[in-house]
Design a protein around this ligand. Structure first.
Ligand code: GCB
Length: 598
């Protein structure tokens, strides 16, 4: 971390990044934020100083380690510094730099953010945690010149305890590197836009010396919905403490002693079960002598048999659609109103389920889905041909998976964890992704594990060696679009005997709003509508299909899509990127799902 004092040696060191990777910010330090939304939380959102650091010089030359940096940069120094925190332009956090600054639309390098903040402790032994809800992709955090660690992954939260480093006046510098690289998750080739920056909320959180770090409250799996299991994890010196759990709506109030920082409750209770028709949530309060958190938790059971999915013992068809987080004005930044509008568009289609593709969406999504009674598939960006034989890539993927599950496993709406999308069935991929399924099961035994798989196009059969590790067989198929011969779809279904429920995670085709033509004209609304009619007619007759989430709810930005109809957008949406103009295919899905609604 020490600078050599020799300016040239510092900037010529190509291994400059290694020292910033010594401390990883990962799921092992992740605390559960869902129950801490009011007191003790301070937002660091707002205008930060920002520079697009094309050559990564902030890290190469370790700017934050300069003694003058806390006070503001160039004007405080007798040496010529190449940065000037307070003179840099201001940019909103959260936002993607691509959409915040027109000239950064295609910028994929390192962006350096900085701001100051003042801290006055409220009690002598309080701890201060700095939390990022999402930053794309590699984030290195510096406080008062000290590197606090680095996080990888564009869509999951992370936090760092800054108690030992924080002062009364503070300078925070955050370098966010959005490069696409072959060993990242995802790798450099995807079918969506690579937004960069601090695009989700940044927070400060005060917690006591021993605090409630996490909890997992759910129905005991083998209990026929008559027992609640709650695990509570404490962090801090006095990691053995009395932990109280109360669920007033169920008359539950129990106290036990934690051991080695964990308190595990098993409680007889028969909660009213959460479902899309009645999304019942219970207030849950967890407390120790000096800390308490509240959460709203729904209880439900999701299971499968040979071909079907059962919610609370009743067979359910997942009437869904896939959706990206991408928003024409905000990119990957979102807000509650946008999430609620997305759910409204689903409900107007008589749907009950969303596939949140292809990476973890904002944490508010699952909380709102809990309230609204929507079922969710959540996924990590193990997408296409990532570096399956690279140990560092596995570490990154597994960490993103763990961060997602720890963030959302108290959300009743989430019924499926997906470990990836459209990955060719190689040995290296089988090892990599089967390990991920094991990781899921070690963190959460109450949900279904899936992946969106490719079908065997040569043999025309649904098969994938990974299926042995999955509860639900996710399948993407584009018959009538990438493969123009639609007649292969009924053949594929007739040839297949998957032995488990199949969810068709994707089908579809592109159509541009306003583009009319015949049912044979690619990219016309009529073509897309007709394709949807054929898909629906075929899929609904297949006994092992337990759900559909066509591709996709809204058109989204995509630099790979460059023909005259696409112009930088994937146009397979049922609704235009304006999120309001519905295409005729939307109504085909609405009619299909309405028919299925009891
Ligand atoms: C797929 C991918 C999805 C693409 C889509 C398409 O199979 O899973 O990410 O965007 O096809 O439009 O080609």
């Amino acid at each position: 971390m020490e600078k050599t004092g020799n300016f040239q040696a510092d900037i010529h060191d190509n291994g400059y990044e290694a020292k910033f990777l010594e401390k990883r910010l990962d799921h092992t330090s992740l605390l559960n934020l869902a129950g801490r939304m009011a007191d003790g939380l301070e937002s660091l959102d707002g205008q930060w100083n920002f520079a697009a650091d094309w050559y990564d010089t902030c890290k190469r030359a370790n700017w934050p380690a300069d003694s003058a940096q806390v006070s503001g940069g160039a004007e405080e120094s007798n040496r010529p510094l190449d940065y000037d925190w307070e003179a840099w332009e201001r940019i909103p956090v959260p936002s993607t730099w691509n959409l915040a600054r027109r000239e950064l639309l295609y910028f994929e390098g390192s962006g350096v953010y900085t701001r100051t903040f003042r801290y006055t402790p409220r009690s002598a032994d309080e701890r201060l945690i700095l939390r990022f809800e999402g930053a794309a992709y590699r984030t290195t955090v510096f406080l008062n010149g000290v590197c606090l660690g680095t996080h990888d992954g564009a869509s999951t939260p992370f936090n760092v305890d800054i108690t030992q480093t924080v002062a009364r006046e503070n300078r925070l510098v955050v370098a966010v590197d959005a490069r696409r690289l072959p060993t990242r998750v995802p790798m450099e080739n995807t079918d969506w836009y690579n937004y960069g920056g601090l695009y989700r909320n940044v927070l400060l959180l005060r917690v006591p010396a021993t605090y409630i770090k996490d909890w997992f409250v759910r129905l005991e799996r083998s209990s026929a919905c008559s027992k609640i299991r709650a695990d509570v994890w404490l962090d801090g010196a006095k990691a053995s403490a009395k932990v109280k759990l109360s669920i007033p709506g169920l008359g539950v109030a129990e106290e036990i002693q934690s051991q080695d920082g964990v308190a595990s409750f098993t409680i007889d209770a028969e909660p009213e079960l959460w479902s899309p028709t009645r999304p019942r949530l219970y207030e849950v309060e967890i407390s120790t002598d000096n800390d308490s958190v509240r959460d709203k938790i729904g209880f439900r059971e999701i299971k499968t048999t040979a071909h079907d999915i059962y919610l609370n013992g009743e067979k359910i068809f997942l009437k869904g659609v896939s959706v990206h987080e991408d928003h024409i004005l905000m990119g990957k930044t979102t807000n509650s109103a946008t999430i609620r509008a997305t759910i409204r568009d689903l409900k107007e289609m008589h749907g009950n389920y969303l596939r949140l593709a292809h990476y973890p969406h904002d944490a508010r999504f699952a909380r709102i889905a809990d309230e609204e009674g929507i079922l969710l598939w959540e996924e990590i960006p193990v997408y296409w041909a990532i570096a399956f034989d690279h140990p560092e890539t596995y570490r990154d993927a597994e960490n993103q998976l763990a961060e997602l599950i720890l963030r959302d496993r108290n959300r009743a709406s989430v019924i499926v964890w997906s470990v990836g999308n459209e990955n060719a069935d190689t040995d290296a991929r089988l090892t990599f992704m089967s390990e991920l399924t094991k990781k899921v099961r070690s963190l959460d035994e109450t949900r279904l594990v899936s992946a969106a798989c490719l079908v065997n196009h040569e043999k025309l059969v649904i098969e994938d060696r990974l299926a042995d590790f999955l509860d639900v067989f996710g399948v993407n198929e584009y018959y009538g679009w990438y493969d123009p011969d639609f007649s292969k779809l009924p053949q594929l279904l007739a040839n297949s005997n998957p032995g488990k429920p199949v969810v068709v995670c994707e089908f579809g085709g592109g159509a541009r709003i306003g583009q009319h033509g015949s049912t044979d004209d690619l990219f016309s609304l009529e073509f897309q509508e007709n394709l949807y009619k054929k898909q629906v007619e075929t899929l609904k007759r297949c006994p092992f299909i337990a759900g559909t989430s066509p591709w996709i709810l809204y058109d989204f930005r995509c630099p790979r899509r460059l023909n005259r109809y696409q112009e930088g957008f994937n146009r397979k949406g049922l609704i235009d990127s304006d999120r309001s103009s519905k295409k005729p295919a939307y109504f085909v899905m609405r009619d299909f799902y309405r028919e299925l609604t009891p």
